[in-house]
Design a protein around this ligand. Sequence first.
Ligand code: PLP
Length: 373
Amino acid sequence: MKTSHTVAIHSRALQKIQSGEKVYNFAAGDPVVPSNSEVIEKVIAEIKNEQIVYAPVAGLSDLRQAAATWVNEEYACNYTLENILVTTGGKFALFAAMQVLLKEGDEVLIPSPYWISYAEIAKLFKSIPVIVQTQENDWKLTPDQLKAQLTKKSKILVLNNPGNPTGALYTKEELEELLAVAKEANLFVIADEVYSELVYEGQFCSCGAIKNGPEVLVVQSCSKNFAMTGWRIGFACGPPRIIAAMTAIQSHSTTGACIVSQWAAIAALKNRKKITDHLRQTMKARRDVFFETFNQLFSCNLKKPKAGLYAFVPLKVFNISSSSAEFCTELLEKFNIACIPGSAFGQQGYVRMAFVDHEEQIRAGLFALKNCF
Ligand code: PLP
């Protein structure tokens, strides 16, 4: 298993920053915003009043309930406590879900470009990632592309909506069509929806709200949606028997998410509208600054993604012939600009650039990038 490219490049950028170098960090999907004050106050009060003990393995009931209320109210889902597991980030929810669902030789359908960890986790459980290429016009999986890859061994479809790295956002009708194909093929769907609150145009629809579909496990997270990456709180929302099996795995692995972080997540969910409105507005403004500056500096016309935190930039705008990995290594080592190569997401010829930093940093970083050529 290879280390995640995003983590490796982000770590190298942090190493440079720690040694005093100025780095323009377009690598990590970590929204640069101050922590919400209600979250911090709640955590400080709890730490003063309560002992820091093990939380229940499946998570604090108040948090599981708050997560169910969030997705039910915002996305028309219909979950109760027994449908929700609190995990150490959305990443562990994905990990435990695949561990529960997969056996040797099973095939996991992954639309490409894809988020780095899906295929690596599937391989860990001796399963076979089947990469389904989507097209550059919108990077969205179509029913025909899915049908063409189905075999008797097909077991799971991983659907990431909104998508990382592309920002692809599926409509309700598109999801209904894909889920109908998945149901027909007896697939289990893992719907990774960790960017659901970061939609700037259009409407997010959760796979958890689609009626008469296949079995679906929704992966959610506080990381991106509430700018709380370091707290490491995620959620699995799905059928009780899958949640129970994942809870058993959690009982023998992480023992559950850190209780201090769970207090923070309860406060975030309680104040969710305020947090998400502010975050969405901030990230939309940063997206706009990124694209307007980029298009002007590089004389191109890249389309803004409707959702997410990333620009997925074709290398042709830089007029270079190197691979995306060579390009990103050179940018970081020679010019202190951190980006993630498209190859890390299964897509040569592209780089992913996060627009998560302050507007002036984004502008300065893009001017520095322009000066490299
Ligand atoms: N899914 C996607 C698409 C992501 O981009 C990430 C993080 O970058 C995750 C899941 C995992 O997020 P976390 O474990 O921080 O909740």
